[in-house]
Ligand binder design. Structure first.
Ligand SMILES: [Zn+2]
Length: 453
């Protein structure tokens, strides 16, 4: 067992492995990690009176008040960041829709997720590490595509008509498969984002979806208990970004500032890629900059001006682009907003959107984890979602660079605080032994596990 290979704390490490193996006969001999993403679920949606099961799960788990999303705070960007451990400038996905190499709009294409073949999701790297490791991916953005010609052992293709509990039932069959048990599962759930976009943050409709998420968390926790896998599965529940509400008076019409005959665009909510026509770059940039200065509702960037902290600008996919970002609660007019307006009045118009600066509190994402390798009842410091890959890689003892994968941007430093047994303890030195209270907790848990037999 990989956990037993460090001589300095061999007794403790092997005790831990024996305990996890006993509690979970029939599943993978490796640690098992399940990641469930609920799109656009803000951490402040959790309230004991609305989401009692999630509130209990959070309080009993290791969880920061929030997890920082990558920029742009969009769905494909952040799901791919979490899957690859890379910022947008490294993995090359900058929005759900963006320009392709022919300057046409691409949306969920192989090309979009393959800026570079050395960008490899962790579900592939898990299998590249062999020794009976198998991955299952349920509807996670980008999972249908092969990477370096490989797909995971189990794939659930995106189909939002499949009941959420059925998706969890399928995941459990992957984990309990006798021949190829999955030790790593990624699962995507499309709400409350989908309803949030149509109805805004404070609506009854989004509240219904938040309650639906809560019931789903209860279902998966119950399934894990029922199957006696509580001491085997490390369950991570998270989201990709937050959500804000836009009213009609805060919609930005670019036609007010620049002729739409002078550029092509891909616009979604508060984010816009502007590609000026040949010879029109200076004119378009000057007009947009003037509009931003007078309206004070959005920012205009040439590629080199994008802030370093967004980790966005160093990628040739943005060559020749003028990038626009709306200020919080503002958004650029597009056909999606027209559809909402078709069913209401300008006064009653409410739409949810995201993509704002990842420093904005309303863009914060959810993270909570419960399982044998994590602290319990632990309030963590916030960390970046790019660090999820190094965390899982550590749990599963992976060689991250197997098969020429590009080194990831994330680090274990921000997420090590969550671990029952910190990574730094795996050095074989006397100072690396777990602290007395961690050791006492492990022994108590081990005794509890023995009682079950
Ligand atoms: Zn999303």
């Amino acid at each position: 067992m990989a956990m037993c290979r460090f001589a300095g704390s061999v007794a403790v490490q092997c005790l831990f492995v024996v305990f996890t193996s006993m509690a979970a006969a029939g599943v993978s001999r490796h640690p098992v990690v399940v990641v469930m993403s609920f799109d656009g679920f803000r951490p402040d949606y959790i309230r004991p009176d609305v989401t009692p099961h999630m509130a209990r799960f959070r309080d009993a788990s290791a969880s920061p008040p929030y997890m920082r999303s990558a920029f742009p705070t969009k769905t494909f960007v952040n799901h791919f960041t979490m899957a690859t451990g890379m910022y947008s400038e490294t993995h090359g996905v900058f929005d759900n829709s963006m320009f392709d190499r022919h300057n046409e709009t691409m949306h969920y294409t192989y090309e979009q997720f393959h800026y570079d073949d050395s960008v490899v999701p962790i579900w592939i790297q898990n299998e590249n590490n062999g020794e009976g490791r198998h991955s299952g991916v349920m509807m996670w953005p980008g999972s249908e595509f092969p990477y370096q010609g490989k797909t995971p052992t189990y794939i659930g293709l995106y189909n939002n008509s499949i009941h959420w509990n059925s998706r969890i039932d399928t995941i459990m069959t992957w984990i309990e498969n006798k021949n190829q048990p999955a030790n790593l599962v990624f699962a995507y759930f499309e709400e409350p984002d989908k309803t949030g976009h149509k109805k805004g943050v404070g609506s009854q409709e989004i509240k219904n979806q938040i309650v639906r998420v809560d019931n789903t968390v209860k279902y998966v926790v119950d399934q894990i208990k029922y199957k006696n896998l509580e001491d085997k599965i490390n369950l991570i529940i998270l989201s990709d970004h937050g959500m804000d509400t836009v009213t009609y008076d805060r919609l930005i019409f670019l036609d007010d500032y620049v002729s739409n005959m002078t550029y092509k665009s891909v616009i979604a909510g508060p984010n816009a890629f502007i590609l000026p026509n040949m010879g029109k770059f200076d004119e378009v940039f000057t007009n947009l900059s003037s509009g931003a200065n007078t309206s004070k509702t959005f920012y205009v960037f040439q590629k080199y001006e994008l802030p370093d902290r967004w980790h966005m600008k160093n990628n040739p996919r943005l060559d020749g682009i003028i990038y626009l970002l709306a200020k919080p609660s503002y958004a650029f007019w597009n056909s999606f907003f027209q559809k909402i307006l078709d069913d209401t009045t300008k006064e009653m118009f409410r739409a949810g959107t995201h993509g704002y600066d990842n420093d904005e509190p309303v863009m914060r994402a959810l993270f909570m984890v419960s399982g044998p390798m994590f602290k319990k009842n632990f309030t963590a410091q916030p960390f970046d979602n790019v660090d999820l890959y190094p965390l899982i890689s550590h749990l599963l003892a992976l060689d991250e660079t197997a098969n020429y994968a590009r080194p990831v941007n994330g680090t274990i430093a921000g997420v090590e605080q969550l671990l029952l047994l910190p990574k730094s303890s795996n050095t074989g030195t006397s100072s690396s032994l777990p602290s007395p209270h961690i050791l006492a907790g492990m022994i108590a848990t081990f005794i509890e596990a023995l009682k079950k037999f």
